[in-house]
Design a protein around this ligand. Structure first.
Ligand SMILES: *Cc1c(COP(=O)(O)O)cnc(C)c1O
Length: 237
């Protein structure tokens, strides 16, 4: 059934989708007194062919989100945006760090101290600073990775041991149900962390909200929304 084919949208459809998403972000932001410019729209590229990703880039999308090391390696050279505009957002095994370290400017999915240590080591070898977000398992779900919210302050403190990592904020994938409750918890946690680390002005990113809930995420302070399906159509694995 053609209707169920994924990632086969035309350039024009992608363009229209992006326009609609932008309008929705803008409306949600204005509604709660936020400047729409402070919210970055990320295109989540898993399973999406590079031509479609480049179509989104030609519509002004400036940030890509990558889930898988292997897929990033295969597609990287075809993208019309490079490293500084690419974030890693998927679960990252320590043995894959080496493959992606020179192809992303931020890892949003740092979910353990061993992973942070490995990222720090490879960033140092590259003589670069790597931006990171801590992924928070805000719903305490067994099936999701991420740091339990009650451990975040402690982990933030421990990150000071890694000179080549720069903590920029928090990322989450909330439970499907009652996501606004969890967005609110994330917003509070973000405030707590920025309060306790006032000297660290770099902590200013809250990455949350996907195709089904990005407007709510904007209402709760998201500064990056990560959109796949609403931009590129349904994925076919
Ligand atoms: C796939 C994915 C998204 C985008 O999901 P959609 O519902 O397709 O918008 C966002 N964040 C992460 C971490 C993802 O893996």
């Amino acid at each position: 059934m053609i209707k169920n084919q994924s990632n086969s949208l035309s350039g024009q459809e992608i363009r229209q989708n992006i326009q609609r998403i932008r309008e929705n972000i803008r409306a949600a932001a204005l509604e709660c007194g936020r400047d729409p410019q402070t919210i970055t729209l990320m295109a989540v590229t898993k399973t999406v062919p590079p031509q479609a990703v480049n179509e989104a880039i030609s519509c002004g999308v400036t940030l890509l989100g990558e889930n898988r090391a292997q897929e990033l390696l295969e597609k990287y050279d075809s993208y019309s945006l490079k490293r500084e505009h690419i974030h890693f957002i998927g679960h990252l095994q320590t043995n894959k760090v080496r493959q992606i370290i020179d192809k992303v400017s931020m890892v949003e999915s740092v979910d353990s101290l061993p992973l942070a240590a490995e990222l720090d080591k490879h960033a140092r070898r590259q003589q670069t600073m790597l931006d990171i977000l801590l992924e928070v398992n805000i719903g305490g779900e067994a099936t999701k990775s991420g740091i339990p919210p009650e451990r975040c302050q402690e982990v933030v403190k421990r990150l000071e041991d890694f000179p080549n990592l720069r903590l920029r904020g928090l990322m989450t994938i909330p439970p499907r149900e009652k996501n606004t409750v969890f967005f609110a918890k994330m917003q509070q946690l973000f405030v707590d962390i920025t309060d306790k680390n006032r000297d660290n002005r770099a902590i200013n990113i809250l990455s949350m909200g996907m195709s089904s809930d990005y407007e709510d995420a904007v209402r709760y302070g998201a500064t990056i929304v990560r959109i796949g399906t609403a931009m590129f159509g349904r994925r076919n694995y």
